[in-house]
Design a protein around this ligand. Sequence first.
Ligand code: OGA
Ligand code: FE
Length: 270
Amino acid sequence: MVEATLNYLADMSERPTYYLYEPPPGTPWRNTKGDRRRLPIHDARDLASAPSLDEEGFALVRFETAVGNLWDAGAARSRYYREVEELVQGVTGATRVLAFDHNLRSATVAGRNVDGVQGPVRYAHNDYTERSAPQRVRDLLDAAEADALLRHRFAVINVWKPIRGPVRGAPLAVCDARTIQPPDLVPTDLRYEDRTGEVYSLRFSPSHRWFYFSSMRADEVMLLKCFDSESGRARFTAHSAFDDPTAPPDAAPRESIEVRTLAFFAPSSR
Ligand code: OGA
Ligand code: FE
């Protein structure tokens, strides 16, 4: 267990909004305030039984990629996406898995000079909402196919992998889905130039129980459930990068890749 600061959303009356491009004059980049809390973050490796996607909403899986250079967007898109789809299919029993998006992250400024590379996100959030998850299916597939698939269970699952291990600086913390109540999840707009996305920001509750996997290696992935259409299992799992105060000051900066996947299930699967 380590103790670290997590950044929640402070209560507000307006709808939380972030601009990801230069906002119109007079409009701030964001209208939110952080609610910083110092909290225990438990090492999920110490749990007596390993966490699962349907209970806690996250899981650790061994996974070796055959892709040599994940910084190469071309290879990442084609070969790495196929590998990730197979992995998610194997773990969840989904009948069809579609990898559709990824983010490369580096904790150094130099690393972020590479096109499209972003920093760790030190803000508790969940990538999809009750509304934006099915919307994503409609955006990605043609109307008839989306209609058919949305009649049955589907999930959005992120596959988060260190590019270099072990991760000591800025690891990823994840909140046990069973400790999150619906009012803790606050719909939040992400304004892009051409569209508005919706994520959940997390409002503090003393019930939340946070975990991370210590010193994650490059041959391990964390699966994160960001949406499940079916109740009775983990449906949303908030997560955030954090600074581990016990990390050595000269620890290698974190480098990671996360792939977002849609997992579709046959009508009777459970
Ligand atoms: C994610 C995510 C943040 C990070 O994988 O969805 O929010 O710092 N990652 O890796
Ligand atoms: Fe996220």
